[in-house]
Design a protein around this ligand. Structure first.
Ligand code: 8YV
Length: 321
């Protein structure tokens, strides 16, 4: 009998996809998200690795895995994987693009609307039994419709955010390394330099991939350029924003508020001063977390894994063909 491929999965994935994999591979799945998976310990024996979450997969780890053919990441961002090392070692790397763009754009708007219209603090107010009389002069927020939104990082997710913003009659500015004149024409959006975008936007939403170039892309200087009524939304990677600078900007009234779906590190330290502020909303990295999208991501991660194990090209490869 042929020996089955050995596969390790770093966090629980949907049961339906797990059982498909178990039918064809020798699978071990780490049982919890509470403690990190012992990937370093497991990797030397593996043919395939399915990563779910953002624990680093280093060159050193890959060096210890002579049979590793494929790393299939259940997520679109792969900044936690040393893809240069993987490529040079002939290890294929796959991800799950596209399927989560609308879902993440929805969450961007959930954050934007919530922070602009005080949804969370006002809910807390009611639940803590402080709503003892109707007061029309509380929780005044910021207008969303007809405001200007600046989208930093105009990939698939940024594009989906722009479409939603147009539904709110917002003026859309975007900043991207490679300008997309076709999108400017088809959507009616405007390219801006980062500086102009920061100076002109009422809402700034962040969607660039994490890299050395985008680390602390939004720091003290950039926050000072923003309008005092502006709201910052980060749903990309925590490291894109300098949290200490953000704290100062929020305390000093340089910007009005911020909503973070991602932090640096994750989870954010429970004693981080940002958590003491009222004008910030922090969610535990929920961008693509819907029942439907998680299932689609798991299926794509499954497909990449199986293709890699079979020596076939990955249907969703992070490398150029
Ligand atoms: C995922 C993400 O939840 O796809 C990404 O890059 O950040 C998230 O949508 C994550 O990768 C899975 O842990």
């Amino acid at each position: 009998m042929l020996e089955k491929h050995r596969v390790f999965i770093t966090r629980p994935i949907p049961e339906e996809i797990l059982s498909k994999l178990e039918g064809i591979c020798d699978v071990e799945m780490w049982h919890t998200s509470e403690t990190p998976a012992p990937t370093t310990e497991k990797i030397p024996e593996l043919d395939g690795l399915l990563t779910y979450g953002h624990e680093p997969i280093t060159d050193e780890m890959m060096a210890s895995a002579p049979n590793l053919k494929v790393i299939s990441n259940m997520g679109v961002g792969y900044d936690h994987i040393d893809t240069v090392a993987a490529k040079s070692r002939g290890i294929k790397v796959g991800n799950t693009p596209g399927v989560l763009s609308d879902t993440t754009a929805d969450m961007t708007f959930a954050l934007l609307l919530s922070i602009a219209r005080n949804v969370v603090p006002s809910n807390r107010f009611v639940r803590s039994e402080k709503w003892t009389f109707y007061d029309p002069n509380i929780f005044w927020g910021q207008e969303i419709h007809h405001a200007t939104i600046g989208i930093v990082g105009m990939g698939r997710i940024g594009y989906a955010v722009a479409k939603r913003a147009l539904g709110f009659d917002m003026k859309v500015l975007y900043f991207k390394r490679n300008r997309r004149v076709d999108w400017e024409e088809s959507l009616g959006i405007e390219y801006a330099t980062l500086d102009r975008l920061l100076e002109s936007s009422d809402f700034v939403t962040l969607h660039p991939p994490m890299s050395t170039e985008t680390h602390h892309l939004i720091g003290r200087k950039e926050l000072k350029m923003m309008k005092p009524n502006a709201i910052l939304v980060n749903i990309a990677r925590g490291g894109v924003v300098d949290h200490d600078a953000l704290y100062d900007a929020l305390v000093n009234g340089e910007i009005a508020g911020a909503a973070l779906d991602v932090t640096e590190p994750e989870p954010i330290n429970t004693n981080h001063p940002l958590l003491s502020l009222d004008n910030i909303l922090i969610c535990p990295h929920l961008g693509s977390a819907t029942v439907q999208t998680r299932m689609k991501m798991a299926q794509m991660a499954h497909d990449n894994l199986i293709s890699g194990l079979n020596g076939d090209p990955l249907p969703y490869s992070v490398f150029e063909p």
